[in-house]
Design a protein around this ligand. Structure first.
Ligand code: EPU
Length: 416
């Protein structure tokens, strides 16, 4: 990814007004790939207009698939589906790996570049490839691409050593056209997976969740349907903590998927942020003093890893020290170096992030990944003076209309 965009963020005193949350990035990508399982027309609503999705759609078009976007509605017709996925764009986003499960579901071979994604530490795909092997495929890993060929599709139980969103989705996509039952043991059951399952059920696949295991009974005849993507809990969480960080603020967050935000809201309240529901709208008020926490991140319904960097910034305002432990992505720590440039007293030791009370000062800093970009904007907004954030392009990978939304509620942010 080429990064060249710079923004300046200045102290933002009181935030107010309304924010409208967009459709979920991490649910849209698997659902778009699920549309490739049928030759019939599939309509997907509430898809955010963000860089990662637009790149995925460009790749899919190159595979011979018809794709039309009207605002947030995408129409996909995959009558043709080429099996060589060698566009350089594959390496720019993580979600391109769903093309493996989706294409192999319909075709018996595939050549694909390695997926990319944010720089948040090691991101292996061994669970995906191991599952493909167990399900009857030969996997050849070359320097910059993977070749997968069917030997004989073999329905069997797949057990993941650790919960993986991506690997669970890839196995669901692949086995949705298997005629015999496949069970996934230790799957991810995050809301984004459930959104995909809802879609596939409408398309004719039988999927049951029994004792936290997934039981998939596929069909060769998936139907074209219309499906609406859930709202983005991570975008909602990002705005909850931004607003909560700035005293006297009051912002109405519309379309927040409150049912998926229990832990995020609970932790915000523990930190002294006022959050409540009023007529289906989430109201967030600025803190009256941030309180320290000791947080252990985990898979849903625990606190999401994708909000770690954001909450780290807010905790610099607490009166005593906080800790955050993220066993999912313990190396998602590049933001610490940038925050230190702003005089934050943060360090990582034995995979625990320690955050000491700090008064941030303006600096020239670099966004290193998507969530870091949002976290640094919060840092700029709570700091007296003007902070310059380079490489802010990352923000546009996963947040729809971020600058417009931020400015609308009063964040002093400007693209240079
Ligand atoms: N893992 C393996 N081997 C694998 C797959 C995963 O060891 O083959 C490990 C990972 O290293 C990690 C854990 O399993 O420790 C969980 O990884 P997971 O596979 O669940 O993550 P992912 O599919 O690569 C997705 C999201 C991330 C989000 C994580 C966790 C997409 C495109 N990405 O990544 O989103 O952090 O799940 O919820 O859906 C973001 O939106 O900012 C983002 C990074």
């Amino acid at each position: 990814m080429v990064n060249f965009m710079i923004i300046k963020v200045s102290k933002s005193s009181v935030l107010s007004g309304d924010i409208y949350i967009s459709g979920s990035k991490n649910a849209s990508m698997p659902c778009i790939c699920a549309a490739l399982l049928t030759k019939q027309k599939v309509v997907i609503e509430n898809v955010p207009d963000i860089l990662d999705i637009n790149n995925l759609l460009t790749i899919i078009k190159k595979q011979g698939v018809k794709v039309k976007r009207t605002n947030n509605t995408i129409t996909i017709k995959a009558k043709r589906l080429k099996t060589k996925v060698l566009s350089d764009l594959v390496e720019t986003l993580r979600g391109s790996y769903y093309l493996m499960g989706a294409i192999l579901s319909r075709k018996n071979k595939l050549k694909i570049k390695y997926p990319g994604g944010c720089n948040i530490g090691s991101r292996p795909i061994d669970y995906h490839l191991q599952a493909f092997k167990e399900l009857g495929f030969k996997v050849i890993e070359e320097e910059n691409r993977i070749i997968i060929k069917e030997i004989e599709r073999t329905p069997k139980d797949i057990t993941f050593p650790k919960i993986s969103l991506g690997a669970t989705i890839n196995v669901i996509l692949l086995t949705s056209t298997f005629s015999k039952e496949v069970k996934i043991i230790n799957p991810s059951l995050e809301p984004e997976v459930l959104c995909l399952i809802d879609m596939l059920k409408k398309m004719g696949v039988s999927i049951d969740i029994i004792d936290k295991q997934l039981i998939i009974k596929g069909t060769k005849k998936l139907k074209g349907i219309t499906h609406k993507i859930i709202y983005d809990r991570i975008e909602a969480g990002s705005y909850i903590y931004l607003v909560g960080a700035i005293q006297k603020s009051k912002v109405y967050i519309h379309n927040a998927p409150i049912e998926h935000l229990h832990t995020v809201i609970m932790v915000a309240r523990k930190m002294g942020i006022i959050v409540y529901k009023k007529d289906n709208v989430l109201v967030v008020e600025g803190n009256k003093g941030i309180k320290k926490i000791n947080l252990l991140i985990g898979e849903y319904p625990f606190f999401p890893t994708d909000l770690q960097q954001i909450i780290t910034v807010v905790l610099t305002k607490a009166k005593s020290s906080s800790t955050i432990e993220d066993p999912i992505f313990p190396n998602r720590v590049l933001h610490i170096k940038e925050l230190k440039k702003m005089n934050a007293y943060i360090y990582e030791q034995n995979q625990v992030i320690h955050i000491k009370p700090s008064i941030l000062t303006p600096a020239i800093i670099y966004a290193t990944d998507l969530r870091c970009a949002f976290a640094l904007i919060i840092a700029g907004a709570i700091t007296s003076g003007t902070t310059y954030i380079k490489n802010i392009d990352y923000l546009f990978r996963g947040y729809e209309n971020p600058i417009k939304k931020l400015r609308y509620i009063g964040v002093n942010v400007e693209i240079l």
